[in-house]
Design a protein around this ligand. Sequence first.
Ligand SMILES: [Zn+2]
Length: 174
Amino acid sequence: MKFKYCPLCGRELEEKYSWDEGGVPYCAHDNIMYFDTPKPCVVVAVIKDNQILLLKQSYIFKNSKVLVSGYVTNGETVEETVYREVKEETGITVGNIKYLGSNYLATKEIIMLTYMAEYLDGEINKSSEVEWVDWSNIDDALCEMQEDEIGKEVVRKVLKEIKYSGNKAYRCNL
Ligand SMILES: [Zn+2]
């Protein structure tokens, strides 16, 4: 987001030259440069044997299931976000997390840091912000996530990581 006014004091920002970034909105009063940075968010594919944890959140996609996701909170590491979001949204504890790459969502200025994680323990205990959460067979994930392009890309990476050898999982891979 390109800032025009200082979020702290409300003064109009001036441009300050930063040698590697060019002109950056700057508040002289607070001595802060407001770089045009994306919002970091995690997307997590939680795996338990041949199952994957899928959620239903209609405000994201009306007819698709999605993976666990959430914003990185200031003060925590991205790895901490992964553990925290899975725990908060589903009640599950995960371990052995693996980074699968990032996707940029231009419409929302979000940088999605994608991970897979292994189920460790806990029973499903969904938060109120989640309509539905349950294990799905990994074979059915791509079919159940039709609208979620980035989520499906993560699932395809997971299938490679677990060395999935069948064809069934790809039948909805359009
Ligand atoms: Zn200011």
